[in-house]
Design a protein around this ligand. Structure first.
Ligand SMILES: [Zn+2]
Length: 130
């Protein structure tokens, strides 16, 4: 026997005969379906992967900029060393007295230490180059 959702009260679209199997039950209103949860988890995964990629790119750019600043400092210290002594340094350790914050200025933020190429008189990073 068909059931009626409302009995005689004016309504727009839900009035009418409804079959018993289509009636909402309490089971459908207490949570999310597996498909809904999977869609939400997939969206969260996509957003997290975008955020991680963007963060990694920003970190790498910051490290490259810091390394370039350190190389400029070391290159200028080579020039200062040349002006003070009249010859180029034989080793990067000769710049120890010219460079302030020697231990931090000598290192690339990506890890390896900068080195001085005595043939070209350039300060070179093994990761980021000259
Ligand atoms: Zn570097």
């Amino acid at each position: 026997m068909p059931m009626m959702l409302c009995s005689g009260a004016p309504c727009r679209s839900i009035c009418g005969p409804v079959q018993e199997g289509l009636m909402p039950t309490d089971d459908n209103t207490q949570g999310y379906s597996l498909a809904e949860l999977m869609i939400v988890l997939a969206l969260i995964g996509v957003l997290v992967s975008i955020a991680v990629a963007s963060y990694t790119l920003a970190i790498n750019r910051a490290r490259a900029a810091t390394c370039a600043a350190s190389r400029r400092t070391m290159t200028r210290s080579v020039e200062v060393y040349l002006a003070e002594t009249g010859h180029y340094p034989a080793d990067v350790n000769d710049l120890h007295y010219v460079v302030a914050n020697w231990s931090s200025a000598r290192k690339c933020p990506s890890g390896p230490a900068l080195f001085y190429d005595s043939a070209t008189h350039d300060v070179v990073c093994p990761v980021h180059g000259p």
